[in-house]
Design a binder for this molecule. Structure first.
Ligand code: FE2
Length: 521
């Protein structure tokens, strides 16, 4: 074996490319790393690094030949790759859209590393990711981001460029990375507006369609920017498959007016889900354990940040019972109080309880998709009854109370949520006792520019005393955590209908160590 580093260094000195690389050039029709690079699921000794070879990302098979293609990868402790600490070769397979997921191990804890890929004589851009601190290590501070919900047509991803400039240990992405539909119309302030750009396809049906939606999303350079500098903890919500799906139920066909409940078939839906989950896996920097099996992805997992924070990443879609009362925003029907109803499912709930019982961290974070507070969604005072979002935990009172009583037995519980396309934060309350805090992150683009307050926001805040803050702009959360306090900064932009926008810190909410409940700064 020759020493590859010396070989390349020598070639560079001579002003010549290495013969092996010259031979490889020209195999592909174009630059194969157009979808960028990403890292994810960090551990104290490594992380996953991801890329996908796609010289023509919107073509079938990304414009790749239908063969396995070797991809070399390197991880270095410096940006110039003078000190390469790990390297290897991984096969990019056509069955997985020529994506590679390398589980890098053997690195040192709590520091940044840089990585890049080489294939067919071409080199990817440089990515960066941090390892987590050693298990149980005494850690005094952590800053991480929360983001999600990025309908491609509703806005540009300028929010991500701001997020890429933040100093973050990692980003939790709660899902809605793609949406399964084109928007026929968009409104702003009651007037129809032009979408900023179009998804290529009206609907997503098979794996080729789903791949194209991811490819189109990943061609966005701001999207690539954030993925190239922060390791991501990737989740999915509903729009990675279809609006409001749970378990094997295609709720879009069943529950929504104008659609045809008779057309819904769990068996057919599971095939579509399998295609969607395959494409999700192919484009996310997640470990091989998340490769779909029988259409199912083992999504729930735990991350620990030394002795400062444990984070349980939950799956509120795959094991959940059908939304009660026909889904939507409605007054609760008796089904909402069904004792046997499940949100996480028994196995995941047992797994969660075991993890929480281990303790060992100052802060207990749950990272998940849908709002846990049971908020009254009335926007007009003349509506007689409380209205709940039946696709949130508010539609499932028995598991919600079980969860809140579990959190009530612990100190310093913080729930991180997405889905609403609004910023919220509030106290989690069980029988008048505050048991935790919930921070709901707004969207990256979904919903368009937005404004500080939606119509009826003042009324909404009055109806829900546990809710401390509501805002309808686009942006992300920065969670700034130390031993004394957890602070969440609501970072917002003025607009997303232009590629470049202005960032500001709209609000900061704080939870003090040992004191359940949110204080607005
Ligand atoms: Fe969304």
């Amino acid at each position: 074996m020759y020493n590859r580093r010396h070989f390349l260094a020598g070639a560079t000195l001579a002003g010549l490319a290495a013969p092996a690389i010259v031979r490889a050039q020209g195999i592909l029709r174009d630059f194969p790393f157009k979808l960028g690079v990403a890292a994810g699921d960090p551990a104290s000794d490594g992380f996953v690094i991801w890329t996908r070879l796609a010289p023509e990302p919107m073509e079938r098979h990304g414009g790749m030949p239908l063969t396995n293609v070797p991809v070399e990868w390197e991880v270095a402790s410096d940006t110039g790759f003078r000190n390469v600490v790990a390297k290897g070769t991984e096969l990019a397979r056509p069955e997985l859209a020529h994506s590679v997921h390398v589980e890098v191990a053997g690195l040192l804890p709590d520091r940044p590393y840089y990585y890049r890929f080489t294939a067919a004589g071409e080199r990817s851009l440089r990515g960066r990711a941090r390892t987590l601190p050693a298990p149980g290590a005494k850690v005094d501070a952590l800053k991480f981001g929360v983001a999600g919900c990025q309908h491609f047509e509703s806005g540009f991803y300028g929010v991500y460029r701001h997020m890429a400039r933040e100093d973050l240990a990692f980003v939790y992405h709660y899902g809605d990375f793609i949406y399964e539909y084109q928007q026929n119309y968009l409104y702003d302030s009651g007037l129809p507006i032009r979408p900023v750009r179009r998804y290529d396809q009206r609907a997503l049906i098979d794996v080729t369609d789903f791949r194209a939606a991811y490819a189109q999303t990943l061609l966005d350079i701001d999207q690539q920017a954030v993925r190239s500098v922060h390791a991501v903890l990737s989740s999915f919500d509903d729009h990675e498959i279809i609006n409001d799906w749970v378990s094997d139920i295609d709720n879009w066909s069943i529950d929504f007016p104008g659609n045809d409940p008779e057309s819904a078939s769990p068996e057919v839906f599971m095939l579509k889900k399998q295609a969607a989950m395959q494409a999700w896996y192919e484009h996310m920097p997640v470990r091989n354990a998340l490769l779909p099996r029988g259409g199912m992805v083992a999504l729930n997992r735990e991350f620990r940040y030394g002795d400062l924070m444990s984070m349980q990443l939950l799956d509120t879609r795959q094991y959940r019972d059908d939304q009660p009362c026909g889904d939507g925003f409605k007054p609760a029907c008796p089904e909402v109080f069904a004792k046997e109803a499940q949100v996480l499912g028994r196995a995941q709930e047992d797994w969660l309880n075991k993890n929480l019982a281990r303790g060992g961290a100052t802060w207990n974070a749950l990272a998940q998709q849908v709002t846990m507070m049971s908020l009254d969604r009335r926007r007009k005072s003349d509506e007689p009854k409380k209205i709940v979002n039946l696709d949130s935990w508010a539609g499932y009172e028995a598991p919600r109370e079980r969860m809140l009583s579990r959190l009530g037995g612990l100190d310093n519980c913080v729930v991180l949520t997405g889905d609403e396309h609004q910023n919220f934060c509030g106290d989690l309350v069980l029988k008048d006792k505050v048991v935790g805090a919930e921070f709901v992150a707004t969207s990256i683009s979904s919903g368009g520019d937005g404004s500080d307050k939606r119509n009826g926001t003042d009324e909404f805040l009055k109806l829900n005393p546990e809710l401390k803050f509501a805002n309808d702009q686009r942006g992300y959360l920065v969670c700034d955590v130390n031993r004394e306090a957890w602070q969440t900064h609501f970072m917002v932009v003025d607009k997303v209908t232009t590629p470049v926008n202005n960032l500001s810190k709209r609000a900061t909410a704080m939870v003090e160590n040992g004191v359940a409940g949110i204080k607005m700064a």
